[in-house]
Ligand binder design. Structure first.
Ligand code: NDP
Ligand code: NDP
Length: 316
């Protein structure tokens, strides 16, 4: 049992956060992770406001433990999402993809614990100034949207730790207990894990996408669309089209047209593995089986403990 700042802040037993992922993490996954002693997050980026409200209510019915909502700040109806988490008294909100200065004061005035996701030290410093309670520092290995700096988790976490005093949750490239132990060695007090939780029955991702995660191989994902918003994708037909366009010097406008609308939904929710956008992290190549979310939490936590014990033996 760990009793560090992250466990206290969220009132959880295991400092394992399930990332809020568009199309993949609704109430079923979030409540399963929270019931297992971690922190489950509803990914609101792909939800219309009414849908978000429904997921929050179902999550409350499915768990008596704390859970949270991830709100990407580039969401078009952002005011509505913010109002819903306040009205529904969601205890914890993770914001991402935007400035932490905009919404942190209002959320905190309403008694909500606020965590912001960053990809670089300069953004982490801004978070602390904005008064957030903790930071997720997400490295280059992560799936989906990512920083332009391309800092790996190994490089990012110690530098963020040097510049802020608030607790840091490491993300990017973490799917197993040894990686969690490595993140703690770098100074993290919690981990945020996305890819591993896509490969669970509780994830709302399409079965085809879950299978694609399990089938993915070393080198099977790449960070792309750097002119728009950098995003790590599985290298499928759609990725190859984007890659070819980028190599011939396509403009941001051409790339936006190629992307079109609802590509992520097509791939991850509707299961179109050729034409869809398939957002997943590098660690997917190590994920070989689909298992219930509670087993994933227990396994990661057990491996984490085993790793710490074997490391302690090194020094006798
Ligand atoms: P697109 O603009 O291509 O498509 C919008 C998608 O979001 C559609 O599939 C639509 O569903 C759904 N949607 C949910 N709520 C709304 C709304 N209020 N207005 C319009 N569409 C809505 O965007 P993406 O699929 O690339 O991204 C969707 C959203 O997810 C982004 O706006 C952003 O907020 C978020 N996002 C966050 C990420 C992160 O933080 N890691 C990563 C990627 C995206 P439908 O097809 O049913 O109309
Ligand atoms: P820019 O890189 O042009 O950033 C614009 C401004 O947005 C920044 O100067 C800063 O403004 C603010 N900002 C954006 N993201 C953050 C953040 N995570 N923390 C603190 N401030 C932020 O364009 P984008 O908005 O497209 O991307 C910003 C960065 O965020 C990029 O590195 C991008 O790749 C990444 N990103 C991360 C996502 C995620 O975490 N899930 C999703 C999408 C993008 P100011 O200094 O005025 O406050």
């Amino acid at each position: 049992m760990i009793n560090n700042r992250i466990c206290k802040l969220f009132a959880i037993e295991k400092p394992i956060v399930q990332a809020g992922m568009i199309w993949c993490s609704g109430w079923e996954l979030a409540s399963a992770v929270s019931n297992a002693g971690g922190l489950g997050l509803i990914g609101s980026g792909s939800m219309y406001p009414e849908i978000l409200k429904e997921h929050i209510r179902k999550c409350k019915a499915a768990t008596s433990k704390p859970f949270g909502v991830n709100i990407p700040l580039l969401y078009p109806d952002i005011e509505k999402h913010i109002q819903i988490v306040i009205d529904e008294k969601v205890p914890i909100v993770f914001t991402s993809a935007g400035s932490p200065k905009t919404w942190t004061p209002l959320l905190k005035q309403n008694g909500i614990v606020v965590v912001h996701v960053v990809s670089a030290v300069k953004f982490a410093v801004k978070c602390q100034e904005a008064g957030v309670d903790a930071i997720v520092a997400e490295g280059f290995e992560a799936g989906g949207h990512n920083g332009r700096e391309e800092s790996t988790t190994m490089v990012l976490i110690p530098q963020v730790k040097q510049h802020v005093n608030i607790p840091v949750i490491a993300a990017g490239g973490i799917g197993f207990g040894a990686q969690m132990a490595a993140a703690f060695a770098l100074g993290a007090e919690g981990v945020q894990i996305g890819s591993r939780f896509v490969a669970t029955p509780e994830s709302s991702a399409h079965a085809n996408f879950k299978q694609a995660v399990i089938n993915s191989v070393e080198g099977g994902t790449q960070l792309t669309l750097k002119q728009l918003t950098p995003v790590r994708l599985i290298k499928n037909k759609f990725f190859n089209e984007v890659d070819r366009a980028e190599k011939r010097g396509a403009s941001a406008e051409e790339l936006t047209n190629l992307l079109g609308r609802a590509r992520a939904k097509k791939g991850m929710f509707e299961g179109d593995l050729e034409e869809g956008e398939l957002e997943i992290g590098q660690v997917s190549s190590a994920i070989k089986t689909l298992k219930p979310a509670a087993e994933v939490v227990d396994e990661i936590y057990h491996e984490f403990n085993q790793t710490l014990k074997s490391l302690a033996q090194l020094i006798g």
